[in-house]
Design a protein. Structure first.
Length: 54
C-alpha cells in the first residue's frame, strides 16, 4: 500500500509513530461483500482501537 509506505518512511525519518488503517470490503475471489452499515461499524471499531493504541 503506497500511501502507508510513505507514511511509515516519513515517521521513521522524523522519529515519530505512525499507523495506517486498511479495510477490505469486497472479495474478488468469492464475490463476497459487506454492507455499507457493516463497513461503517467496523471502521469505527478500527479507529477506536487505533486511538487507544497511542
Amino acid at each position: 500500500e503506497m500511501e502507508s509506505a510513505g507514511l511509515y518512511t516519513l515517521a521513521a525519518k522524523f522519529g515519530v509513530r505512525a499507523l495506517s488503517i486498511l479495510t477490505i470490503s469486497d472479495s474478488l475471489v468469492n464475490g463476497g461483500e459487506i454492507s455499507s452499515e457493516m463497513r461503517e461499524q467496523k471502521l469505527n471499531e478500527m479507529v477506536e482501537i487505533a486511538l487507544n493504541s497511542f
